[in-house]
Design a protein around this ligand. Sequence first.
Ligand code: NDP
Length: 287
Amino acid sequence: MKEQNYLDHLVGVFGQPVSENPGVVIQDAAFAAMGLERWHFLTLDVDRDKLEDALRGLKAFKMRGINCTIPHKIAVMQYLDEISESARLIGAVNTIVNENGRLFGENTDGKGFMMSLAENGVNVSGKKAVVFGAGGAARAICVEMGLAGVGALHIVNRPQDRALGDALVDILRRNTAAQVAYTDWTEPFRVPADADIVVNATSVGLYPDVNALPNIDLDSILPSMFVQDVIPNPTETALIREMRRRGVPCATGAGMLVEQAALNIEMWTGRKPDKAVMYHALEEALS
Ligand code: NDP
């Protein structure tokens, strides 16, 4: 007789607004391909002042874990039993694992970025990176590169948010060995010819503004560099299209998102998902 086991294993995302978050599409495709038919990813609209209640619910249902997105990434930290070193430096948690009622917080934004680089054969050790933006994604990316031994980090951000930039520079200088520089972004930025890695960590190019390009002198980006975009939607941004046309090695934010989701699944199930299946599901959902 077949084994009768109908126990459901729950994971998901807490956010608000969250209805357009494509996490479920990627995760469901992965679970199906892994034969994990009783694993379910729930997209849950959680009010800012109900986060603690939501975490109690998570424990009550023995949910295996949860992703947190806006506005919970920072607030959730106070309710966790343990937080990874990088998540603490980044100052935000986007993935939680429930180990028998003990909640462990991690930030996989920057880790998905690092995996995307690794998949493309890029090792940051001793390299020079230019990062556009100083928001949450930039912070996660810079901290991960710093902890992984990047040689130099040059952060470029618009001057109206100078405090954000200053805070990021301070964290990196105090906690990593990287040489850190900062430039106010007021005109088309010329990427120095000795840069190895160029990262668009701004929201420029995000749907619906799909033809927008970051204010960069594109002629200064050379085929000797590697460009990583963070924008997951569209799956190919105007920047990536332009880099491909110019023969500059590059990787998309959609790929980075899939890497991050794959990491979450591995943390929750202990198994590696099929990333090609996940990427295909994301492309289908966004087409
Ligand atoms: P934040 O709001 O925290 O930061 C946005 C950053 O973009 C800021 O530095 C902001 O600069 C900059 N920016 C916005 N508009 C412009 C512009 N017109 N010109 C120059 N700079 C601009 O957002 P996040 O860091 O959380 O997210 C940024 C992007 O990263 C989003 O598109 C998000 O979807 C994506 N992301 C992708 C992930 C993935 O796995 N692929 C993971 C996490 C995020 P300023 O300070 O001057 O406003």
